[in-house]
Design a protein around this ligand. Structure first.
Ligand code: PHE
Length: 354
């Protein structure tokens, strides 16, 4: 037995020396360590060994197997670090069949919710738009019927840049004016309704706690055409939310004030946990406040070049501002909003899209 092991050992060492990529490493593993490999064959030889020598022979095989395993793992590590070096140096001999040793990444829960919503809205004919995070006072407030010194600005205190009139947008509504202008031409000339959603990061000067963040995500949506009414708004919101929560949701509207919509609403959904009975998640009310919305104010449509002074009601439309961060908290049961910006991978890498 000793000689057999000795022979195999030198065979293994010679082959190991020639291993220089993933493929030859795997061949070596198959040759020695797999179920049909040489070490298993060696074990079978054990039955031929006289009984009194069996124990010693068994130990010899085991320690040989251990040694082979260690040498194999060592080589694997060596190849991985070589591979990483090649990746860094950008060398041409990069072997893409090698494991890089880097763990797989995962999507941020907000990204998952955002993409899911984008798919749903795209399937309903909406365009998905991207918009700046730094905007000017006109787009964030004035074009939305919030003049300078209007008290509604207090609810949306944000971060101002030293460059004149620039600020970090406090809501995705800041893109409304640009989007009305971008799609207005097609609406008027080709009769193509404006249907757009625009997700984005928003900022507010907030004291941070488990429910408040100074940096959060919203997804705004608008639809403008002739004869758009509140019933269109309710239909779209209900369809979209039923998709997101994978079940039929019941919604209700309450009056809400936002200078850029008239009438304005707070849209609530019936609590998904207690189905309206009242529980701790909905503070016993049976309803969850989810999304401010309303019919776009005539001034906003006028500033966006949609309606004229002479014909201020030719086109109408609705707008809604979904809190993406809030939705992600509800969907995944995240209790503390600070988790999202924490950069803590042990929390953030757990989420998967449905
Ligand atoms: N922009 C508003 C906010 O962030 C939400 C909103 C959007 C309200 C669209 C009505 C219509 O508070």
């Amino acid at each position: 037995m000793k000689e057999m092991i000795q022979k195999l050992k030198s065979q293994f060492e010679t082959k190991l020396k020639d291993v220089n990529d993933q493929k030859s490493l795997e061949d070596l593993r198959l040759d020695f360590l797999s179920k049909k490999g040489q070490i298993t064959q060696l074990m079978k030889e054990l039955s031929k060994v006289p009984n009194e020598q069996k124990k010693e022979a068994g130990q010899l095989i085991n320690s040989f197997k251990q040694e082979v395993l260690e040498r194999y793992e060592g080589k694997k590590e060596q190849l991985i670090s070589l591979q990483e070096k090649l990746l860094i140096d950008g060398a041409e001999s990069y072997d893409d069949s090698m494991p890089t040793g880097c763990p797989c990444g995962s999507y941020h829960p907000i990204t998952l919710v955002q993409r899911e919503l984008e798919d749903i809205f795209e399937s309903m004919g909406f365009d998905v738009e991207d918009y700046n995070e730094i905007v000017d006072d006109y787009h964030c407030f004035e074009a939305l019927n919030i003049p300078k010194y209007h008290p509604a600005r207090d609810m949306q205190d944000t971060y101002y840049l030293t460059t004149k009139n620039q600020l970090l947008k406090s809501h995705t509504s800041a893109a409304q004016n640009a989007i009305l202008k971008k799609y207005g031409k097609d609406l008027k000339e080709k009769g193509r309704p404006i249907r757009a959603v625009f997700p984005g990061r928003c900022f507010r000067n907030e004291a941070i706690d488990a429910c408040h963040e100074n940096t959060f995500f919203q997804m705004e949506g608008i639809m403008v055409d002739k004869d758009i009414s509140v019933s269109n708004l309710i239909y779209f919101m209900k369809t979209m939310l039923s998709e997101v929560f994978s079940k039929e949701v019941t919604v209700r509207l309450r009056p809400g004030f936002f200078p850029f919509v008239e009438p304005g609403f707070e849209l609530d959904i019936q609590c998904l946990i207690c189905e309206g009975e009242g529980c701790s998640s909905c503070k016993n009310s049976g309803w969850l406040e989810l999304c401010p919305c309303g019919m776009i104010h005539p001034n906003v449509l006028k500033y966006g070049g949609i309606n004229t002074e002479e014909n201020p009601y030719e086109y109408t439309g609705f707008a809604f501002g979904l809190g993406l961060t809030r939705l992600a908290m509800m969907k995944y049961g995240v209790k503390d909003i600070r988790t999202f910006n924490s950069g803590d991978l042990s929390s953030l890498s757990q989420f998967v899209s449905r």
